[in-house]
Design a protein around this ligand. Structure first.
Ligand code: URP
Ligand code: ZN
Ligand code: ZN
Length: 492
């Protein structure tokens, strides 16, 4: 007995077709008109769309960063993702300084293995390249990891130098891997920040001044040039502004294998309206690169429409706005800053440190914001309902392009015979008010608070198992699977 999705409209990157979908076991086995019910479980999808499960290829669950650890982990973060229609994500393993890639991988396995509720993969962030690590890179393919991430920013934390980027690209190119970069010139940022602080410019809004668009554009161009020289596929993460988009466009026009993503927040939030809010409120919106201006929003919509950008993800990395409650310093000393979930479970009022770490010094605000649960809802509402994106382009940006670029297609990212039955029953007429009161992310604010969106997943299936039914959660710990990915993925 299977599950028969009847009377829906299937949306893929290329088509919108009225057809039934039969799921048997974990995969789609038949698509056609008027399929016989036999003894299958029926899901009536009249008036609904059937979309492939969303794929977010840029998340940071349980990431030690900025003096704390990001709130959402592979348990709660997964549930939140699924409620927002995302059934697969790729998170970033970080190589420990002085350690191996495998050391990092073991750490991230331990974070995810037993508690995962949705499917996931890993990118490998290379932070400390030497000959041994260089030799280790191709072995990541045996682990199903095809993508390497390098940070051109966060000096003295994650930042690598140009030689590391260039040499990593050479190895990656030889093995059909892809290199991702966080493109901001970290040396310039490290010079601007102390000057701003010394001038008394300590409020959250000055985070944006410490990371102007020019340093994003410069770093993007540097990476694009290296991709051209090495032939290594490049994927620039979280692109926000004209100098960066122009660098990518130029590279693409030259035939370099370069691609880019932006994240949902960069379409909606601005320095003036959000980071410059009174008091410390702007800290909620501190992320790197910073949110920009309304003009940049227009530019990004243009870039996702014309194909300059291939993916919309989230860079989900959330921290309490009002954190640091309870005896967290003692816990920190006792556990070495680990197991904050355990800390918070002791008492509902306890919170690990969060954004408040940067009160009086914007440079100490943990960088990042929530978005994993919001991405599909907000992009559908603002993109598809407004006519800026067709439903198929929405699917491309949020589901199929991420799967293709990162070697998971067609297992993930589409609804086709043989694909994993990751299916969203999407009600295009259902309204929902986004709020921290009702979201499932473990964080005390929502960047889109009060926004009314139309269109959401009313049922969410992963590999034929129902995860979400209206407000009900049906997932379970350990049922999310690691998705090994294939090298030699296409450049789009
Ligand atoms: O502010 C951000 N983006 N935090 C997460 C880490 C990163 O740079 O992607
Ligand atoms: Zn980044
Ligand atoms: Zn990130």
């Amino acid at each position: 007995m299977g599950i028969l999705f009847k009377n829906g409209k299937i949306i893929t990157a290329s088509d919108a077709i009225d057809a039934d979908v039969l799921v048997e076991g974990e995969v789609v086995t038949l698509i056609g008109q008027d399929l016989r019910a036999d003894n299958h479980e029926l899901v009536d999808c009249a008036g609904k769309f059937l979309l492939p499960g969303g794929i977010d290829v840029h998340t940071h669950l349980d990431l030690p960063f900025g003096g704390t650890i990001s709130n959402d982990d592979f348990d709660v973060g997964h549930m939140a993702a699924a409620f927002g229609g995302t059934t697969t994500h790729i998170d970033f393993v970080v190589q420990p300084i002085g350690g191996s890639l495998r050391d990092g991988l073991e750490t991230w396995w331990a974070k995810s293995r037993d508690i995962a509720q949705i499917d996931y993969g890993f990118h490998m962030a290379v932070t400390d390249l030497n000959d041994a690590v260089m030799a280790e890179i191709p072995t990541m393919l045996d682990e199903g990891i095809t993508s390497l991430k390098l940070f051109m920013a966060y000096k003295n934390v994650f930042q690598i130098d140009d030689a590391t980027l260039f040499n990593t690209m050479r190895v990656a190119a030889d093995h059909g891997m892809i290199v991702m970069v966080h493109a901001e010139n970290g040396d310039v940022e490290a010079a601007l920040t102390p000057a701003l602080l010394a001038a008394g410019k300590t409020d959250p809004v000055y985070h944006a001044a410490s990371r102007p668009p020019e340093i994003e554009g410069e770093a993007t161009n540097r990476a694009v040039v290296m991709s051209g020289l090495t032939g290594c596929p490049l994927y620039v993460v979280h692109m926000t502004c004209e100098p960066a988009i122009e660098a990518l466009r130029r590279g693409r026009a030259l035939g370099y294998p370069v691609m880019g993503e932006t994240c949902v927040q960069y379409f909606f939030l601005t320095v003036d309206d959000h980071m410059a809010l009174p008091g410390f409120e702007g800290a909620k919106y501190v992320c790197s690169p910073p949110i920009r201006s309304k003009q940049d929003h227009g530019l990004l919509w243009q870039a996702v429409r014309d194909g300059t950008l291939q993916v919309v993800s989230t860079d989900h990395c959330d921290f309490w706005y009002d954190g640091g409650h309870g005896p967290w310093q003692e816990w920190n000393e006792r556990t070495g800053g680990r197991d904050w979930v355990g800390y918070e479970k002791q008492d509902p009022s306890y919170r690990r440190p969060g954004k408040e770490l940067g009160m009086g010094n914007f440079a100490k605000i943990p960088n990042g914001m929530p978005g994993l649960e919001d991405r599909m809802l907000v992009m559908w509402d603002a993109g598809v309902n407004s006519g800026k994106l067709s439903p198929s382009r929405f699917v491309e940006l949020c589901c199929s392009n991420p799967a293709k670029i990162f070697g998971m297609y067609p297992r993930k990212g589409t609804i086709a015979v043989g694909s994993d039955a990751d299916i969203l029953v999407w009600d295009p007429n259902k309204q929902h008010t986004i709020s921290a009161e009702t979201h499932h992310m473990r964080v005390d604010y929502n960047c889109y608070e009060g926004r009314v969106v139309t269109g959401l997943p009313v049922q969410v299936y992963q590999r034929g198992r129902k995860l979400v039914d209206g407000a009900q959660w049906h997932g379970s710990n350990g049922s999310g699977q690691f998705v090994p990915r294939a090298a030699g993925a296409p450049v789009l």
